[in-house]
Write a protein that binds this ligand. Sequence first.
Ligand SMILES: [Zn+2]
Length: 373
Amino acid sequence: MLIFDAHLDLAMNALEWNRDLRRPIDEIRQRELGMTDKPDRGRGTVCLSEMRRGGVGLCVATQIARIEHNAYSPVFGWRSQAQAWAQTQGQLAWYRAMEETGETVQIRDAEGLERHLQRWEPEEVGRAVPSPPRRDETSRPTEKLPIGYVLSLEGADSIVTLKHLERAWEYGLRAIGPAHYGPGVYANGTDATGGFNANGRELLKEMDRLGFILDVTHLCDDCFWEALNLFQGPVWASHSNCRALVSHNRQLDDDQMRALIKRGAVIGVALDAWMMVPGWVRRKTTPEGAALKLEKIVEHIDHICQIAGNAAHVGIGSDLDGAFGREQTPMDLDTIADLARIRELLKARGYLEDDVAAITSGNFIRRLREAWG
Ligand SMILES: [Zn+2]
């Protein structure tokens, strides 16, 4: 069974961190020793070969660029939407370059999805249930398989006009989270309040018409509820953890999860340390100091399953190397290949083989099939 990761900022790492993700992880880390421009230098966890080693054969990969809002931006922001658009087009060019060398393949419709699954797991396609016993991980011929990616946009500031949205659909963009941190052009995100503006409501309508998936991650509470009312199409939360376990507006509360489950959504749990355990202080708390291990994520997964009454609405949206590295991930996680260990951790918690498969890939695959059916 492959692993589906619903949130990776691959192009951002390539172009803003200057990481050649085709190189081995040790080399990427080595090249950054002594660099101080970003807090996670030398501590990256994601590269394409580590994804293959862990069986992470399918992911949602982002374009991401925001603008300053009234000269205020919680993270770096461009001065105009045109610049933000240009940044996302550079990111698209990187994804294309990776496709041209056979490293990745863009997944943009049902046919492409099934072809890709066939490529990675020829025996399992068409089965609702994966066949135990599992194949030996190390003998899997995944070394040269292209990694499938579904293109998503984190924060919609770069969409200059609705014509740009249409162009984005044409080049294969399939999911959009309208906001990121703070206020945005169309919607309010993490740490902000207030609903969609008129342009934001138009954006949702046009997303509906074109067939986009709405990613509710990062929407502030006001926008979250408004979006579920306004948007009729498929919904997911690509990288969100439980507010009941770590209290912060960035996380989803139980009512929000219930509403998402009612809409058939899947919630991807993230491995950003501060979203996993309460009391984490960025650049101060260490994974060892917090005794944070990968098994902690099972509590978030389990909480979502308890709310749903089944294991059909949770997946993985690791957000690994989303502007943080090993200084802010579980201490027993070395690279993204360790996502594969979530299987054992779920089994140890009592999850059955079918549920483990659903959580680690099946649920997001189902969501895509429904969206593109
Ligand atoms: Zn994010």
